[in-house]
Structure formats: structure tokens, C-alpha cells
Design a protein around this ligand. Structure first.
Ligand code: SAH
Length: 400
């Protein structure tokens, strides 16, 4: 088998079972592995450390499939897929806190955290949406698709391999049906007994922000009799929940007209009172300033922006962005009002995020307390050796 020999002392992260090897740690690549093909990772004294996939163009040059000396083949992947499915079943990830399954959309395979680096699979009802992000997952993709159908008993897989990171891996964009067929790209799902139409073809990520599923339910519980502002509303995940929870009014902002159109559709789909909701197509940064100048106020503000800092290198600039919108939000909050604020930036950890929010409240001249910490649901588990998987941080703050 082809192998990669590491420089002296560079085996430490692998011994802690972190699955990535960066190009700078590599002494030599031997026997010309194929892109995505399997290689052994060896220490400088040629001890076996892991079996991995090879990514010739990425700075992350290899990702471990296993730290044991075992074969990486169809049965290997079948076991990984099966245990990912079992985890979701055992933990009832689609059940509401009351116990009954009331959702049919959730993440089935979460890459490194489920032992299959590069592979994301989200389940939307009877359809699987697959995202292949690395040379390794691409190498095995057809086989993985077959295994997914065998292990779930489903018939349709739609591929959304259009994430930017594929470029780093030397891979082209691929979007389309991988198995089975679809009668429409607008696909209806149920989340905590609410209906949402998801655009599988052009929606963000695989179509819907499944990582916020539980947090959307929490917002439903907070919304009763409140005037709500949903910044960065996308297709209305929080907006629809706020209306369902009895909000007096909901103002939803997004820069995408397409997202706002689907948001309106999702309100109607649930027979909610559309007269209580207003959409504004625009920039949250500018609109919050405008609302401040107009002395407008709200009881519940949700801020769920796109990631400002994918990696730590952009953290400083991102921190300014988070501080800016949260400072304005604190100013728009009535006393006793709540701010539900998120960061999905990998480059900003939970401690730093809390500091940014604390600084925002201070500069806004308000006192606030954190009532709850939000994160991604159990269908997005975080392998202990792979903390990068925990990217979603949320704080529920109450203004005194
Ligand atoms: N809360 C949503 C997900 C939000 S995703 C849910 O639960 O489904 C982030 C959204 O922010 C995207 O829809 C994107 O179009 C929008 N967006 C990005 N930058 C923006 C800006 N400066 N102003 C307004 N919307 C923006």
C-alpha cells in the first residue's frame, strides 16, 4: 500500500486521534497514491499510525479513516454508516423533548464525527441529500451511495457537492440526482410538526439549516405575545416558529429575495397568520442602524448570520461584525426583552463569542444575563478528538 512518512515529532496529533495530517508534517509520499486513495500514515521511524485518504492538492493532505491496522473497504464503510444510523435511532434525534418523533429531516452522516471524513448526508423525509467534500469521499462515492440505500432502505439520493471547499481538493462542483428520482426540487419536510418547503437544488448547504432544529423549537417557546425581529431569516426557520408560538408580530430580514419568497410560502403552508409578518429584503447591518435611528424596539431578536470567520485567521474581522450587530440589537431590545444570538464561525470559539456579546452589551449601555447556551443538535455530534465539528454557538440573553 502507498504510504506517507511523517517528519520526526509530527505524529502527536494522530496519536491523540485527530484525523488530519497537514502538508507541513509530511516527510515523504511513497508509491504514488491515487487522489482519494488509501494510504498508510507512518511515523518517522516507520511505525503504523493510521490508514487514511490522500488529498494531493489540499493543505490537509490526508484524513484518517481508522487508527487501527484494518482494511478500508465496503464492509468498513457499511459499519460506519450503520453505526451513524444507529446513533440517530438510539438518541431519537428527531423526537421532540416530549418524546414523539415529530420531524422527518435530520443529519444522518456528519463526516469526521461519524468516522467518514468528507461525507455529509442529510435526510429529508424519503430523500437523502449527499455532499462529498474531499478527494477521499469522492473516491468511494458510488459505493457509499449504494451502501446508504442498502442501510436505510430508501431509493433516492440527490447530490449537492457544490461547497467551495471542494476546490481546495481539486474537485469540481456536482449537483444532481445520484440515485432514484425526484418529482420536484421543492421538497416538503416536517420539523417539530411544522411544515417547510426546502429547495434541494438551490437552497443553502443541503437545502435547510438542520443544525438549528432544536433551537427553532426553543424560539417557538419564547415568542408568545412578543414583537419579534428575525435577522438573517433565510426561508423562515425562526420566523415560522415565532408565529407558531404566538408572536404578536414578526419582522423578517434577509438579503436574498429567493429566501424571503420561500419564507412567505412556509408561513402560508402552516396556516399561520401572515398579517402578523413583514419581510424586508436588505442588509441587517444597515437596517438595524436605521431602526436604532428611528427608535424602534422589539421583545425578541434573533440573529443567525452566515459564518463571518470560517477559520481563526478571519476571527478579528468577524468579531467586529458580531459585535456590531449585537450591539445594535441590544439597543433595540425593550427591558425584559431577549436576544437569541448565534455564531457558526469555526474560527470563533464559545469563550470568545461570549466575550464579544458581553462587549456589545457594555457598549450598548445595557445590562444582560445569559439564560441559556444553544448548540447544534445530536444529529450533528462532535467526536471528542475532532472539536472542529462543534461550530454552532448560541446565547439566549435577557436585557434587564
Ligand atoms: N436562521 C436561518 C438560517 C440563516 S442563514 C434558519 O434557521 O433557517 C443566513 C442567512 O443570512 C442567509 O439566508 C443569507 O441570505 C442571509 N444574509 C447574509 N448576509 C446578510 C446580510 N448582510 N443581511 C441580511 N441577510 C444576510
Amino acid at each position: 500500500m502507498a504510504n506517507i512518512v511523517l517528519k520526526p515529532g509530527r505524529e502527536k496529533s494522530l496519536l491523540r486521534r485527530h484525523p488530519w495530517i497537514f502538508s507541513g508534517a509530511i516527510h515523504s509520499v511513497n508509491d504514488e497514491p491515487a487522489p482519494g486513495g488509501t494510504v498508510d500514515l507512518l511515523s518517522s521511524d516507520r511505525q503504523f499510525l493510521a490508514r487514511a485518504s490522500y488529498s494531493p492538492t489540499s493543505q490537509i493532505r490526508a484524513r484518517a479513516w481508522t487508527f487501527e491496522d484494518k482494511q478500508v473497504d465496503r464492509e468498513f464503510f457499511r459499519k460506519r454508516i450503520r453505526s451513524a444510523i444507529q446513533l440517530r435511532d438510539t438518541w431519537h434525534v428527531i423526537a421532540s423533548p416530549l418524546g414523539t418523533p415529530d420531524s422527518d429531516a435530520y443529519r444522518l452522516i456528519y463526516a469526521e464525527s461519524d468516522g467518514i471524513p468528507g461525507l455529509i448526508v442529510d435526510r429529508y423525509g424519503e430523500v437523502l441529500v449527499l455532499q462529498s467534500l474531499t478527494a477521499g469521499s469522492e473516491f468511494w462515492k458510488e459505493m457509499l451511495a449504494d451502501l446508504l440505500l442498502e442501510e436505510t432502505g430508501l431509493a433516492t439520493i440527490y447530490e449537492r457537492s457544490d461547497a467551495d471547499v471542494r476546490e481546495l481538493e481539486g474537485l469540481e462542483t456536482k449537483v444532481g440526482i445520484l440515485r432514484g428520482n425526484l418529482s420536484s426540487f421543492i421538497f416538503p419536510i416536517i420539523e417539530h410538526n411544522l411544515k417547510f418547503n426546502v429547495n434541494l437544488q438551490s437552497g443553502h448547504k443541503t437545502g435547510f439549516y438542520l443544525d438549528q432544529r432544536l433551537n427553532r423549537l426553543h424560539v417557538r417557546e419564547l415568542a408568545k405575545d412578543r414583537d419579534v425581529l428575525d435577522g438573517f431569516c433565510y426561508t423562515g426557520g425562526f420566523t415560522v416558529n415565532a408565529l407558531a408560538g404566538g408572536a404578536t408580530s414578526v419582522l423578517s430580514i434577509d438579503s436574498s429575495a429567493e429566501a424571503l419568497a420561500l419564507c412567505r410560502e412556509n408561513i402560508v403552508l402552516n396556516n399561520l397568520d401572515a398579517a402578523r409578518q413583514t419581510s424586508i429584503e436588505g442588509d441587517v447591518f444597515q437596517l438595524l442602524r436605521k431602526f436604532r435611528d428611528e427608535a424602534r424596539s422589539f421583545d425578541l431578536i434573533i440573529l443567525d448570520p452566515p459564518k463571518f470567520a470560517p477559520t481563526a485567521a478571519q476571527a478579528e474581522r468577524a468579531a467586529r461584525g458580531y459585535k456590531d450587530i449585537n450591539l445594535l440589537a441590544f439597543k433595540l431590545l425593550r427591558p425584559g426583552g431577549m436576544l437569541v444570538t448565534f455564531s457558526c464561525s469555526g474560527g470563533i470559539d464559545a469563550g470568545l463569542f461570549q466575550k464579544i456579546i458581553a462587549g456589545a452589551a457594555l457598549d450598548a449601555g445595557v445590562e444582560a444575563q445569559i439564560l441559556e447556551h444553544f448548540s447544534q443538535g445530536a444529529d450533528h455530534p462532535v467526536a471528542l478528538n475532532f472539536p472542529e465539528a462543534a461550530y454552532l454557538k448560541g446565547l439566549v440573553c435577557i436585557r434587564k
